[in-house]
Design a protein around this ligand. Structure first.
Ligand SMILES: Cc1cc2nc3c(=O)[nH]c(=O)nc-3n(C[C@H](O)[C@H](O)[C@H](O)COP(=O)(O)OP(=O)(O)OC[C@H]3O[C@@H](n4cnc5c(N)ncnc54)[C@H](O)[C@@H]3O)c2cc1C
Length: 362
């Protein structure tokens, strides 16, 4: 049997598209499916707050069943492991195969990892969040590692380092970044965070590319081996393995190349959005994935209704970034400006909780 629509992954864009359908009273054709490994979607904006002990898990995730009920989607537990784009044939980790008329992919990205790893350290991705949260709960219950290294120098690495330093008080946190800290943000943001790291006793190593994990140490060409017990990868985005063999057009890095209608450039009946996709001038972040949601919802609906005119997504030139610093403040960055204040945290909390409320249904 061929499904009219399959949506893979409960990423930000799918959640917002489904929220739009629920608000419009639109129901997907019977047999339409949302595939997700978990019955809920974690909201990344609140994960650092969860790991700092500010939020409970239930406050940071969206139950998918009510959203599916409201939009006529069937929620199916599973994980895509292979896609044959020409036939729109999906294979799940369970071995189940599904065929669909229309496909939408919003499955995020993987964490790039050091090329060599002898298995001597516990390595955890910043995503999936469920795994990271399980490790964190275990550390809180049974004792944390003495030295925990975070690889990456972007907003996620900074927020995770500060959150974990706050909640795992006996753990020495190290941050290792290949380039300059917070390279995509104003220089003042990096200065503020360097000084905060110093005050909070977080070890920072800039310009260190970890190429191997060997004998319980992180190896790089620029420093002597650094010992740690566990490693968190907050190293940015890498494409999922199945994307390479799908026959979808991809950019040189392997992300699915899409048009501004969010359709695959090679397969117009396949849409892709958020971190798994590549679109000119569109950074990979939750803010941009959220903004793609309404266009995606409208275009999937138009395609299901056999209408030819589709909406065009235009990435905003800049976005406000709000980084939680696991104290009573947040760091706000906009264009060349960076400011750490209580008001920034209040704004972040208000935006995050409003977003969560808008997605929660009975
Ligand atoms: C700690 C941290 C904090 C962050 N904070 C912010 C922030 O404050 N603001 C911001 O803009 N960005 C933030 N980001 C970045 C942000 O999380 C991502 O850019 C954003 O989540 C991408 O959204 P997405 O829609 O592509 O999918 P995601 O939100 O990544 O969701 C993908 C979904 O697909 C599912 N999935 C994955 N693989 C499969 C598969 N094979 N089959 C089926 N389902 C699958 C996953 O379970 C997940 O539910 C943060 C990232 C991290 C790591």
């Amino acid at each position: 049997m061929t499904a009219p629509l399959i949506m893979v992954g409960a990423g930000h864009a799918h959640l917002v598209a489904l929220r739009g359908w629920a608000e419009q009273g639109y129901r997907a054709p019977p047999g339409s499916v949302l595939i997700s490994p978990e019955p809920f979607a974690w909201y990344s904006g609140m994960m650092p707050g969860l790991l700092a002990g500010r939020w409970r898990a239930e406050q940071c995730r969206i139950e998918l069943a009510p959203l599916c009920r409201a939009t006529g989607m069937t929620l199916s537990s599973g994980q895509l492991v292979r896609l044959e784009a020409d036939a729109r044939l999906l294979t799940l980790a369970s071995g189940e195969q599904l065929r669909t008329e229309l496909l939408s992919l919003n499955s995020g990205a993987a964490n790039p990892a050091p090329a060599q790893n002898d298995g001597s350290l516990t390595v955890i991705g910043a995503k999936p969040f469920g795994d990271l949260q399980q490790h964190w709960m275990h550390w809180r219950r049974s004792g944390s590692p003495a030295r925990l290294a975070i690889l990456g120098g972007g907003a996620a690495a900074v927020e995770l380092a500060l959150a974990l330093q706050q909640s795992l008080s006996t753990c020495q946190i190290l941050v290792l970044c290949a380039n300059r800290l917070l390279g995509g943000h104003p220089p003042r943001a990096a200065r503020l965070i360097r000084s905060l790291f110093h005050r909070r006793n977080i070890e920072l190593h800039e310009g260190v590319t970890v190429t191997a994990i060997r004998n319980g140490c992180l190896q790089s060409a620029s420093t002597p081996p650094l010992a740690a017990e566990a490693v968190i990868l907050a190293t940015g985005a890498a494409p999922a393995v199945w994307q390479a063999d799908s026959n979808l057009a991809t950019d040189p890095a392997g992300f699915i190349q899409i048009a501004d209608t969010l359709q695959s450039q090679s397969h117009p009946r396949i849409f892709a959005s958020g971190d798994c996709a590549a679109l000119a001038d569109c950074p990979r972040s939750g803010v941009y994935a959220v903004r793609q949601g309404p266009v995606l919802g409208a275009n999937l609906r138009a395609t299901l209704d056999k209408q030819s005119s589709l909406q065009h997504y235009q990435p905003q030139p800049r976005a406000l970034a709000l980084l939680a610093t696991a104290d009573d403040q947040a760091l706000a960055c906009y264009g060349p400006l960076a400011l750490r204040s209580r008001a920034a945290l209040m704004l972040k909390d208000r935006l995050d909780t409003r977003f969560m409320r808008s997605l929660q249904r009975d």
